[in-house]
Design a protein around this ligand. Structure first.
Ligand code: UT7
Length: 324
């Protein structure tokens, strides 16, 4: 059982990412379905993606990413009292992935649950972890976005098998003090929403089915409806777009990423393009991209970064965070 006190603010202490070893190139997919490297690069922006091995489970990837974030945070497993795994590709409905991952990492008796907001999942989980820290229902939370989409893809359907991929990304969330507040929003207020009226645009019908999406409809929605959400998140965090160090949207399609980025009025912001070598990893895409940018030394500690998750539901969420 865990009992803690609340705090005025919450921040991210560290990120961690994990990708399966197997690289699948466009040429390899073009041997199975009628497509080409040129089509995939020009329409989606993907050059290659990572696909989990047959024995590599969702929990394996989630634990690998979570373990890296935990190690980088400097905390011990005993400090974590909440674990949230955002995923839309659990191995099974029960048990949840979060409790399994917590046990693997040596985190004893935390609150643990899975959350499904599809490709917006990481931003939803980050918002709920931040609220839990502020309210006092947790002091330190481990937030993981993890997907094994390869098990829900029809590998003969060229409209989807070229896009989706596997991986996991994680963040450790904890309280922010007054000194932290002077360097930025920590985890800024989330701007989120959904539209079940568009549920038929991306779905998996049942356990015997694969991912289906109306690509053009989602593309139109993403390139017209999302930039006001992103700008609202900046406004609520008190950060002008011109102050952003980076924009890290869900890695769905390079053309979508670039279209939204153009509308933000933040030409100085580094734009995450992890999709090129990672594909679309749904709820893992934002923390994976962020941890890679931090590892490459592209983001200074204390700088503000805009996150924007969006996808099936339809669900979306945006917030500005301060780089740990
Ligand atoms: O992460 C969840 C959120 N999801 C998204 O944000 C997805 C948003 N949508 C997209 O990213 C794009 O719509 C796709 C990448 C899914 C598709 O790109 P598109 O430019 O919208 O292509 P399209 O579906 O309009 O198809 C154009 C043509 C079609 O042929 P015809 O009918 O014009 O002869 C398709 O059959 O391209 C064909 N096509 C392909 N050709 C070669 C579809 N897939 C492929 C392929 N290789 N893999």
């Amino acid at each position: 059982m865990r009992v803690t006190d609340g705090t005025a603010g919450a921040r991210i202490l560290a990120f961690g990412g994990y990708q399966p070893a197997r690289v699948v190139t466009n040429d390899e997919i073009a041997q199975q379905v009628e497509t080409s490297d040129e089509w995939i690069r020009s329409r989606v922006g993907i050059a290659s993606r990572r696909i989990a091995g047959p024995d590599e489970s969702l929990a394996d990837m989630a634990a690998a990413a979570g373990g890296k974030a935990l190690a980088a945070s400097g905390l011990s497993p005993a400090d974590i009292d909440l674990v949230i795994v955002a995923t839309c590709t659990p191995e099974a409905p029960i048990p949840n992935t979060a409790a399994t991952v917590a046990t693997r990492l040596g985190i004893v008796a935390p609150g643990a649950y899975d959350l499904n907001a599809a490709c917006a999942g990481f931003c939803y989980a980050l918002a709920t972890a931040s609220d839990a820290v502020r309210a006092g229902t947790a002091r330190y939370a481990l937030v993981i976005g993890a997907e094994k989409l390869s098990q829900w893809i029809d590998w003969t359907d060229r409209s989807t098998c070229i896009i989706f991929a596997d991986g996991a990304g994680a963040a450790v969330v904890g309280p922010a003090d007054d000194a932290d507040a002077s360097t930025g929003p920590g985890i800024g207020p989330v701007v989120w929403g959904s539209d079940g009226g568009m549920a038929d645009k991306i779905f998996i019908k049942d356990r015997r089915s694969f991912i289906v999406q109306e690509g053009q409809a989602v593309f139109r929605w993403a390139t017209t409806a999302l930039h006001p959400i992103a700008l609202k998140a900046c406004e609520r965090a008190g950060v002008a777009p011109a102050e952003l160090a980076a924009f890290v949207p869900h890695q769905a399609n390079l053309r979508i990423i670039e279209a939204i980025a153009r509308k933000l009025g933040a030409p100085q912001a580094l734009v995450a393009t992890d999709i090129i070598h990672s594909g679309n990893t749904s709820s893992a895409s934002i923390p994976l991209a962020l941890s890679a940018m931090i590892e490459r030394g592209e983001l200074a500690s204390g700088s503000p970064v805009l996150l924007l998750g969006f996808g099936a539901g339809i669900s979306y969420a945006a917030q500005v965070i301060t780089v740990p």
